[in-house]
Write a protein that binds this ligand. Structure first.
Ligand code: HEM
Length: 408
């Protein structure tokens, strides 16, 4: 049934849908040309849409993209989809994935070998844009596993050293920082020229500039402020690298110097938490769409045929009401008890019958890659990296992912 836009808008408005989120489904109404779009921000309602209990929803057609991307199962509906999905499902069963493991590790082996060659053995840092590297890796993996290209045999065993991360208590750090500050202040007072150009130097410079002869800070920072800033910086740096260390320790604990075993991969807890948190912050599919082809009720609203639902995964993953005020922070511990105990507002792979068929494949691939990279390299962001998540069909880093690598 086709309703003219005005009638359709009236029908939806009458049920409380407006241009701003609210009403029964925490949804809002927008127009895409003549097509009404309902943006659903309530994760429960989004799940109802995706579970498609009554089968009244389909994937909307985006003609320009359909031919390019979605000629396969992802772009089908109805019986044809059922048939294709049924045929494809067994190919993604866990026992099949188990058989793909050698191909996964062969691809990662190549990548690790290439990186090792570039990094060299002088113990220095080497800058690399890993975005094209990882795109190649996933392309390689899918062509080998899905299309059966042969993979390299034999693998080099790398020597690795399990470094125990230092656990220093906060009070000790505070006193160390205070000691550093005092030393620097003394040096400055004694007229030592050329204060260091590091964070502490910059903070102290600001602190001194704004402190009068009586030691009263006016505009500047107090010494205590400087201590706090330094602590924050120290812990901030430690927090992010500590996840890297924790993941490395976990991998080393499970596999030592050996290549990953299937059973061991399912015991990777920290690595899995990290992957989930990354998928929460940067879901490759930022929005999922469905379209009603029959009138249907969802979340207390009756939608006529022809309404497109926008399920803004990215937005739901960044909803502070759901995830808390630290929603924008990288905190893998949200997933410490597994996805099932995290808020039911996590849809990186969709939901319901059309959930990503490649979910286990993708997670296994990522785990194998991390399992092989972490014991061999230490890494941190390169100064040339510019954070610019950008969507061209999927979410990706607009200017690449430059990191600094060091062989371990
Ligand atoms: C991190 C990696 C991946 C993410 C985040 C992802 C995400 C998604 C999402 C959100 C959907 C649901 C779309 C919808 O409901 O409209 C989907 C469907 C699908 N994905 Fe993935 N995907 C990933 C990797 C893969 C891989 C590696 C494969 C294949 C090897 C794959 C194959 C598919 C297929 C065939 C569908 C359509 C399923 C259907 O319509 O029945 N995906 N994916």
């Amino acid at each position: 049934m086709w309703l003219r836009p005005r009638r359709l808008e009236r029908a939806l408005r009458a049920q409380g849908l407006r241009g701003t989120p609210g009403g029964p489904a925490r949804a809002c109404l927008a127009w895409f040309g003549p097509v009404p779009r309902v943006v659903v921000t309530d994760p429960g309602v989004a799940r109802d849409v995706l579970s498609n209990k009554f089968g009244h929803l389909e994937k909307p057609n985006f003609p320009a993209l359909t031919k390019l991307l979605a000629d396969g199962v992802a772009g089908l509906d109805g019986e044809k989809w059922v048939k294709h999905r049924r045929i494809l499902n067994p190919a993604f069963h866990l026992d099949k994935l188990k058989g793909m493991l050698p191909a996964f590790s062969a691809c990662c082996e190549e990548l690790v070998g290439r990186w090792s060659g570039s990094v060299g053995s002088d113990g220095g840092w080497y800058e690399l844009d890993v975005w094209p590297e990882l795109q190649n890796l996933t392309g390689d993996v899918i062509s080998r596993t899905a299309f059966g290209s042969s993979f390299l045999e034999g693998r080099r065993i790398f020597q690795l050293q399990a470094e125990q991360a230092d656990r220093v208590v906060a009070t000790k750090i505070t006193s160390i920082i205070r000691g550093l500050i005092e030393k620097r202040m003394q040096a400055i007072k004694e007229g030592e020229s050329g204060t260091k150009d590091d964070l502490l130097g910059l903070l102290l410079e600001s602190n001194m500039r704004h402190t009068d002869e009586h030691g009263q800070s006016s505009l500047g920072m107090t010494t205590e402020d400087v201590v706090e800033e330094c602590k924050l910086f120290y812990f901030g740096g430690m927090e992010t690298t500590s996840w890297q260390d924790r993941a490395r320790q976990e991998v080393l604990g499970l596999f030592g110097r050996n290549k990953p075993e299937y059973d061991g991969l399912s015991r990777l807890k920290t690595v899995t938490m990290i992957l989930h948190e990354v998928l929460r912050l940067y879901p490759p599919a930022i929005v999922i769409n469905r379209k009603t082809y029959k009138e249907m009720e969802i979340g207390g609203v009756t939608y006529p045929a022809g309404v497109v639902f926008d399920l803004p995964v990215l937005l739901i993953h960044h909803d502070a009401d759901i995830w808390g005020s630290d929603v924008h922070e990288f905190r893998p511990e949200r997933f410490a008890e597994g996805v099932s105990k995290a808020p039911a507002a996590f849809f990186p792979f969709g939901w319901g019958p059309r959930t990503c068929i490649g979910q286990n494949f993708a997670l296994l691939e990522a785990k194998v890659a991390l399992t092989m990279i972490l014991p061999r390299f230490e890494f941190e962001l390169a100064p040339s990296y510019t954070h610019a998540p950008h969507t061209v069909i999927t979410l990706h880093p607009m200017h690449g992912a430059q990191i600094k690598l060091k062989a371990i």
